[in-house]
Ligand binder design. Structure first.
Ligand code: SAH
Ligand code: SF4
Length: 410
């Protein structure tokens, strides 16, 4: 399999163009086609000489992700389930600006992307790790989640009546939307494989959170390559500070990230303010207990002098007691961190539950009374907002069930 062109950094492209005796400004032209115009075929790159296009076509692939399923209505949170070349499924979630979640209000769009197929870290509450880890995503598979969503969005804005554009023929029964009951309006849209050259260059996604399926810091090199491409002024042009990497707490990689020149933002999935609580739900805590994690975060802070974010899912009866507030406040102050409280999203087959609204509100109030900068995610009833991994899990189950159904037929 040839390498995908979107897995090459600018420096790698430049080295390639030098061997081909091509002028370097051609790299800029190529990157414009890939990351600004988001074209999906070589022939659309009209200002590149034909000979160069042929070399590129010969040596590299130019892949897109297949949109296998989509949930959500226009102008609200949208979940995308992508099918990769090897038929693995991964998710991205597009979230319109939400001041209580990721900062100041604006017309921003945040995209949550996946970095692995499955996850090896097995947090007890999470759907992503339920089937274990399958593989790391390649850089272009991370980058293409952004490009694919933006192509979809542009296609939507061109179509007057999205409801009239249901489903391309010949796809899986799941794509036909039959299993999407309960979420309205629910249509599955076909993004043209070859949208060509007429794309406007504005970025829809100006805020990126690496909080989808997988542990990003366990796929460090591919992640960094993808983030550099998305951040580069010749590539995606998304500001480094607008890119937040979320980790369950891989201490050595946090230190490594601190040493990188880019100012990527960092979020820690804390979910427990003591080892006793954290260990119950996050096996990674045994490898990197809080002492080690906080030392790595101190190092990160010493290199960055910026606030980090601690994500804290509130799970009924596990970490929502007011006893957790004092140690959590202590950690937040020590780490110069703000705390995002997130009521747990129920995962089918798992025993955990979301606390009542009153419990969540009093946890928030108690944190604030300790002078912690804290927010509580308040949207309700949107199972679509659930963390990544659930749509994939549901779809895998449905596919397995329908395959079993097919086999059992005479
Ligand atoms: N592996 C990384 C990034 C992906 S998980 C990490 O753990 O940080 C992204 C976030 O979703 C994490 O904070 C994770 O704890 C949270 N999450 C997982 N399952 C959830 C659920 N059912 N409800 C709410 N948040 C969940
Ligand atoms: Fe993996 Fe993050 Fe889910 Fe834990 S919370 S299983 S690290 S994706």
């Amino acid at each position: 399999m040839p390498t995908d062109i979107k897995s090459l950094t600018r420096e790698e492209l430049e080295a390639q163009f030098v061997t081909w005796e091509q002028p370097i400004y051609r790299v800029k032209q190529l990157m414009d086609w890939l990351y600004v115009h988001r074209v999906t075929n070589w022939d659309a790159m009209t200002n590149l000489p034909k000979g160069l296009r042929e070399k590129l076509r010969h040596d590299f692939s130019l892949g897109t992700l297949e949109m296998f399923r989509k949930q959500g209505s226009r102008d609200a949170t949208q979940k995308f389930l992508w099918r990769l070349e090897d038929h693995s499924l991964v998710e991205s979630v597009l979230i319109p600006a939400n001041p209580s979640l990721y900062g100041e209000a604006s017309d921003r769009h945040t995209l949550c992307v996946s970095t692995q197929v499955g996850c090896a870290y097995g947090c007890k509450f999470c759907a992503s790790g339920l089937d274990g880890w399958k593989r790391n995503l390649l850089p272009h598979e991370i980058v293409e989640q952004v490009m694919g969503v933006e192509r979809w969005s542009l296609e939507q804005s061109r179509v007057q009546s999205p409801e009239s554009r249901v489903v391309e023929g010949g796809q899986s029964p799941i794509v036909s939307g039959a299993m999407d009951a309960g979420h309205a309006p629910r249509t599955t849209h076909h993004v043209p494989r070859n949208p060509g050259h007429a794309f406007p260059s504005e970025r829809l996604v100006d805020n990126l959170v690496i909080m989808g399926m997988g542990e990003p810091l366990a796929n460090y090199d591919n992640l960094l390559k993808a983030l550099r491409l998305l951040n580069s002024p010749w590539g995606g042009r998304i500001g480094a500070r607008k890119i937040t990497v979320s980790t369950s707490g891989l201490a050595p990689q946090i230190r490594k990230l601190a040493d990188e020149p880019e100012q990527f933002s960092l979020a820690i999935s804390l979910h427990g303010a003591t080892d006793a609580v954290r260990e119950k739900i996050m096996p990674v805590n045994r490898k990197y207990p809080l002492k080690e994690l906080t030392a790595a975060l101190d190092y990160y802070q010493s290199k960055r002098a910026r606030m980090i974010t601690c994500e804290y899912i509130l799970i009924a009866g596990v970490n929502d007691s007011l006893e957790q507030v004092r140690p959590l406040a202590g950690l937040a102050h020590r780490l110069n961190a703000k705390v995002n409280l997130i009521p747990y999203n129920k995962v089918e087959d798992l025993p955990w539950a979301r606390p009542t609204e009153e419990v969540c509100e009093s946890f928030l109030a108690a944190l604030k009374s300790q002078k912690v900068v804290a927010t509580l995610r308040r949207e309700k009833g949107h199972d679509i907002d659930a963390a990544c991994g659930q749509l994939r899990l549901k779809t895998e189950k449905q596919l397995a069930a329908s395959a079993a159904g097919v086999r059992s037929e005479p």
